[in-house]
Ligand binder design. Sequence first.
Ligand code: SF4
Ligand code: SF4
Length: 382
Amino acid sequence: MNNKFENMLDSFSDARRNGFLKVKELKDQNKNIVGVFCTYTPKELIYAANAYPVSLCSISEETIPESEKHLPKNLCPLIKASYGFALTDKCPYMYFSDLIVGETTCDGKKKMYEYLGELKDVHIMQLPHTQKGSLSKELWENEISIFKEKLESKFNTKITDEKLKEAIKLCNREREILKEFYSLGKLNPSVISGYEIQKILQGANYTFDKELQNKQILELIETFKNKYKNKEFLSNKKTPRILVTGCPLGGVVDKIIKPIEETGAIVVAYENCGGAKNLEFNVDENIDPIVALGDKYLNIPCSIMSPNSQRKELLERMVKEYEVDGVIEVVLQSCHTYAIETHDIRRHCTSLNVPFISLETDYSQSDLGQVKTRIEAFVEMI
Ligand code: SF4
Ligand code: SF4
C-alpha cells in the first residue's frame, strides 16, 4: 500500500485524538456540540439544529477509580468510564458538550444519567424496551419530537422539515459508505484485517467533516478492491473467519480483536454497535421525517429490547454473507442484558452449525492472559 493510504488509515486510527483539537476549534467558532452515548440517538436532529454530535462512549479505564467513588465497582466499565470522564473533566468531548443526550437503555446507564445531570445539561429520551406494538412506536416518535424541541430551545434555532430531510440524506450517505467499507470483510480471501476495519469505523465517530470522510473512505474501498484484484491477500481459504457480536467494543479492541488475529484467524464482520447493528439500515427518505427516524432507531437490535429476535436474524444473515466459521461474543462485565442473551445466541449459532464462544471482560488488563488462552483454544477448535 502506498504512503497516501497508510496515512489515511493512520488518520482514522488517530481520529479520536485529533478530534480533541477540532472540537476546541468548533467551540472557538461558537458552534454547538452534543455529546451522545448510544446508537439509539437520532443524530440527524442534531445536524438539523446546526450542531455537531460527538461520541462519548468512553473507552479507557483511566477514570474508573474516580467514578467508583459514586458508582458500584461491579458495574459495566463503559458506564463507569463515561461518568468518570465527566467527573474528572478529562475528556475534551465531554467537557465541550453543550448538551448530552442519553436514552433509557439499560438500568445502569439510566441511573448514571441522574448523577451526570448534576454535572452537565443532560436530556433523556425515554426509550421503549420493545419494538412491538403501536404504543412503543408512538412513545418513541413523541420522544423524538421532544428532543427536537429541546434542541430548538437550547440552540435558539428552528428545525424545519427541509433541514431534517437534508440531515437524513447526509447521515444515510455516511452509513451507506461505511457499510460498503465494512462489507469488504465479505471478500474471501481477505484483504483487510478486522483490526483495521474496527479502527476506521471508530474513527468515523470522531470525524467532523463528513464529506471529506466519505471521500477518503471511498478511496480506501477502491484501494482494497484493487488489492483483491491483484491477489494481495491477508488470508487463505483455510484461515478461520470470525464474526464479533455483543457489547460495544471501543474499550476492548486491543484486548480482544488483536489476539484473535494474532492466533491466525481473521475478523471479517462486526454485528456490534459500531458495525452492522447501527449501519446496516437507513432512514426512509420518502416518509414523514419524524416517523422515519422513529422506525430506523427503534428497530436497532440491541439486547435491551425484549424480545430481540432481530439480532438473531441479522446475525444469521451475516454468518452466511461473510462465510463465517466462528462467532465470538464480547460481554462487558455486569452487562446483564447481553449476558442473558448469550444462551439464546449460543443456541442459535449451534442451530446454524457455527462454533460460538462468549467472553466476559472489562477494560482492565488483569484477565488478558485468560482471554487470550480462551481465544486460542476457540480458534484451534474451529
Ligand atoms: S449496545 Fe445497546 S445500549 Fe449499548 S450503545 Fe449499543 S444500542 Fe446503546
Ligand atoms: S454494555 Fe450493557 S451494561 Fe454497558 S452500557 Fe451497554 S447495555 Fe448497558
